[in-house]
Design a protein around this ligand. Structure first.
Ligand SMILES: Cc1cc2nc3c(=O)[nH]c(=O)nc-3n(C[C@H](O)[C@H](O)[C@H](O)COP(=O)(O)O)c2cc1C
Length: 182
């Protein structure tokens, strides 16, 4: 698939088929996502895939801040990717001080790049995804054992999509978002 097509045709998917995505396919997706750039190539992003239906439905019930759409999406997905970062590396000097005034926010930046790369790679392998930002990290940690020293940045619901070829929600025109110096 051409990169232009992959970028333009990837859509957020919220309805999925029941059949699971084979682990080999996730391995191929993460094999691509791991080439995402990161702060000093620190590669702090981790992809923790929850396929256990009971865990998934407990996360859906308790950890989406009461958002009914996200509850449904997570229950419909064959897997939920918990995207974490290993803390206190991205944005930091080796002595533990912040490298820039953005302090620890480079962790989130790295995770954002990785999330998009994951979603594009998934699309190229016919796997649908939607990034979920409305969730409660502390509730998830009661259900799913996130290793010490990692923080959850985002969730990604994943699975084979029920429908493909959805039209993109409107985007701003290039002239609205691009400027050059005069
Ligand atoms: C940081 C972030 C958080 C998001 N959170 C949610 C969410 O909680 N629930 C949801 O259904 N979609 C969520 N989305 C998906 C957006 O709604 C979606 O990307 C946007 O409407 C554009 O649609 P498209 O991805 O199909 O192009 C999120 C996307 C991003 C990047």
């Amino acid at each position: 698939m051409k990169i232009d097509t992959c970028i333009k045709e990837r859509r957020s998917v919220r309805k999925f088929l029941d059949n699971p995505v084979p682990h080999e396919v996730y391995e191929k997706i993460v094999d691509l996502a791991r080439f995402s750039p990161s702060w000093k190539n620190s590669q702090t992003v981790r992809y923790r895939i929850v396929e256990n239906k009971e865990h998934k439905s407990r996360i859906a019930e308790t950890s989406v801040l009461g958002n009914p759409f996200n509850e449904k999406t997570i229950n419909r997905a064959s897997a939920l990717v918990i995207l974490t970062v290993v803390e206190n590396i991205s944005g930091y000097e080796t002595d533990g001080t912040f490298s820039t005034p953005k302090e620890d926010r480079w962790e989130v930046f790295d995770a954002g790049i990785a999330a998009q790369t994951f979603c594009l790679a998934a699309h190229a392998h016919d796997v649908g995804t939607v990034i979920i930002g409305v969730f409660d990290e502390h509730e998830i940690k009661k259900i799913y054992d996130v290793p010490a020293g990692e923080k959850i940045i985002a969730l990604i619901a994943a699975g084979y999509p029920q429908e493909t070829g959805k039209v993109a929600p409107p985007r701003k025109e290039v002239e609205e978002i691009l400027s050059f110096d005069e």
